[in-house]
Design a protein around this ligand. Sequence first.
Ligand code: MN
Ligand code: MN
Length: 304
Amino acid sequence: MFMKLDRLQAELPQPKKPDPNAAAALQELLGGKYGEMSTLGNYMFQSFNFRNKSKLRPFYSLVSSIFAEELGHVELVSTGIAMLNNGPGDDTPDVDVSKAPFHEMQDIRLAGSFLSNGGGATPINSNAQSWNVDMVTTTGNIIVDLLHNFHLECGARLHKLRVYETLKDPTGREVCGYLLVRGSVHAHAYALALKKLTGVEIEKMLPTPNIVLDKIPECQKYLQEGSHRRLYLFSQGDYQEAAGVWSNDEVALPGDPPGNLEVVDGMPEGGKIPELDGNYGAFAPNYAPEEIFEIASKLYKKGR
Ligand code: MN
Ligand code: MN
């Protein structure tokens, strides 16, 4: 079962202006073939379907821990998309709906992100194609599944880099910087799992693609704090057996800051979930929202 914390895995800087086309690029990392919906769906169902969980505990715990992290990545990318669509926010409730206040929204790449979703994220790629279940692979064979996961993480890093190269706004760049570091951990972890099972030193192929994190400014604080060496269990006491794969005998990849790999009980410190201001002209959360704010405020006081 799951527990929910009201935090994001990384602190995201506020965007400088609304940038719905940047949000559209970031959608690729949510609902694209190699996006967070795909990594989540793959590892989640593989973990549910895992045979001989107790006998294969180090591998089961590894896949389960990474799946929990991917759920947080879905939340992180979705938040980044909504922030970029929204911009820094201006709390002006008075919009004259008869004056085409959103005329320029006809020209954004994903008009549906405004017209249908009110600027929120939804599981589609950067061309508005739906994410779908065909992007989930769960064969039941542990080696084939792990090989698939290794490919998926390497492919995901390629996509993250390309999206990063299109972005100028700090919000989207931060999302990519964080995910590039974490994706490196996941590719490394699946390579080590395959090595323990087959003897093949797949981790020697990494980084694939050969993205040097040192060249990406947004990656630096995560590298300095050692994020690239940490596997988070997103639990309190459970899933410790993942340390059999992500073990202290193994070290960081060449090119990254050196050190031993470590398993962390719990989760990264992360950051606050940023406040998204209302877009009242778009009736999100509503036009002239004072009344619903007052209702919520009364309920909040009553609940304390
Ligand atoms: Mn991810
Ligand atoms: Mn991943």
